[in-house]
Design a protein around this ligand. Structure first.
Ligand code: NAD
Length: 414
């Protein structure tokens, strides 16, 4: 995945005329942490896992990014995702840098007690290197508000009450209203802005979604509220479709109770991967990275791809989409609603104050609309695609901050 992110970075750095040295500085993570986590299983056996945190850049503020629990988590993967966080926080102009991490594990094979023990052991290893002004983790694949509450609690055992050490906490434990829906909602706000430019609205548009977890399920709900039809959904267990539009609330309840969309009774079953090439107007990949490849890009039938997931489109697939006139709304813009409301949560924690849901939604809408307009303006002025434009905006902001903080002032192209 790191090659994918670097490829997109260099395309934008070429537009900005950035020197090789400055590129090197911007691409290299500030710090890479790898820790061993030894715990006991419920039946008393020793368990061994590896945990990672890559802290990429702190030029614009404390580092920020999710924690993923998945068998594919490793150092390279965390580094690529950490870099994306640096660019994402800059696109939406929240005062954070970028980080990412996680634990190489399969949470479906662990009990809640085992997961809590692994999480707490991870926090004990990381505790000096995270904190409200250093690095603030958040949920990602297979982590949720419960995991964030464990992190906050373990961190408090060493440093006292510090809710701003993580975001994405439960609302009753210093979380923010509107955080769980934020990534999906933010993505649909950006899509609506893009549709406005096309002279269209969401009304009656057909949508297919890969992944029905946090991002996918909330994107579905918000899109349906605005009149769209979600006609196909696929996840790790299988896929379902319904030409008249799925009842997304009922599907979300089914997934909560059964763990997957598989077997949902009020729709037709299909292989999960077919969702990517389903006959729709909008495709929302909202699961894992690297799912749109040169092998399937020619079969995609949507006219716009809204990247809910991080890194779902490989660069060779992106070239095919460009050639075919399919617009890709890039991850560092499309899914930045989560980190935006994480910023609101961190702000509320520091101020010991609470915003209501309406205020969070209003501020999220303003941020996502402004960010889309910023990216679109650059894309139109420079005649480049939206992803390159988003990277141009982000790299310009981060490099300007990085160079202004340095003793020796250099220009970007020196
Ligand atoms: P989640 O764990 O809540 O949901 C993940 C979904 O992906 C599940 O529906 C799962 O079944 C599905 N999935 C897993 N493996 C799959 C496979 N092989 N094929 C099809 N589907 C598969 O995770 P999430 O928080 O919704 O994150 C999804 C993506 O969005 C990730 O790329 C994440 O980095 C990105 N993201 C999340 C947030 C956030 O706020 N949660 C913010 C920005 C980006």
């Amino acid at each position: 995945m790191i090659e994918q992110v670097n490829h997109y970075f260099h395309r934008a750095a070429d537009v900005l005329g950035i020197s090789p040295t400055v590129r090197e500085i911007l691409l290299t993570p500030k710090r890479t942490i790898k820790v061993e986590i030894v715990t006991q299983s419920d039946d008393g056996k020793l368990m061994h896992h590896l945990g990672y945190r890559v802290q990429h850049n702190r030029s614009r503020g404390p580092m920020k990014g999710g924690l993923r629990y998945h068998p594919l988590v490793d150092e390279d993967h965390a580094a690529a995702l950490a870099g994306l966080m640096t660019w994402k926080t800059a696109v939406v102009d929240v005062p954070f840098g970028g980080a990412k991490g996680g634990i190489n594990c399969d949470p479906s094979k662990l009990s809640k007690t085992e997961l809590s023990n692994i999480t707490r052991a991870f926090v004990r290893e990381l505790k000096e290197m995270i904190g409200p002004n250093i690095d603030i983790p958040a949920p990602d694949v297979n982590t949720n508000e419960e995991v964030m509450a464990w992190i906050m609690d373990e961190y408090a055992n060493f440093y006292g009450h510090s809710p701003a050490v993580v975001t994405g906490k439960p609302v009753h434990l210093f979380g923010s209203e509107g955080r769980s829906e934020a990534t999906g909602r933010g993505a649909i706000i950006v899509l609506e802005e893009w549709l406005k430019d096309e002279g269209k609205t969401l009304k009656d548009l057909k949508i297919a979604i890969q992944g029905f977890g946090n991002v996918g399920s909330f994107a579905a709900r918000v899109a349906v509220e605005s009149g769209a039809k979600v006609v196909a959904v696929g996840d790790h267990g299988g896929g379902v479709n319904c030409a008249e539009g799925l009842d997304v609330e009922a599907l979300a309840t089914w997934v909560r109770e059964n763990g997957s969309v598989k077997g949902y009774p009020d729709a037709d079953a299909m292989p999960s991967e077919e969702v990517l090439t389903w006959d729709v107007d909008v495709l929302i990949p909202a699961a894992l990275d690297g799912v749109l490849t040169k092998e399937n890009a020619r079969d995609v039938r949507a006219s716009v791809i809204l990247e809910g997931a991080n890194g779902p489109t490989n660069f060779d697939a992106a070239e095919i989409f460009e050639e075919r006139g399919i617009t890709v709304i890039p991850d560092i813009l499309a899914n930045a609603g989560g980190v935006t409301v994480s910023y609101f949560e961190w702000t509320q924690n520091i101020q010991q104050y609470r915003w209501d849901l309406e205020h969070v939604r209003q501020e999220l809408t303003k941020t996502m609309q402004r960010s889309y307009r910023d990216v679109r303006r650059i894309a139109d002025e420079k005649k480049i695609d939206l992803r390159t434009a988003a990277f141009v905006l982000a790299i310009d902001r981060v490099s300007t901050a990085a160079l202004s903080r340095n003793v020796v002032k250099q220009s970007l192209s020196e």
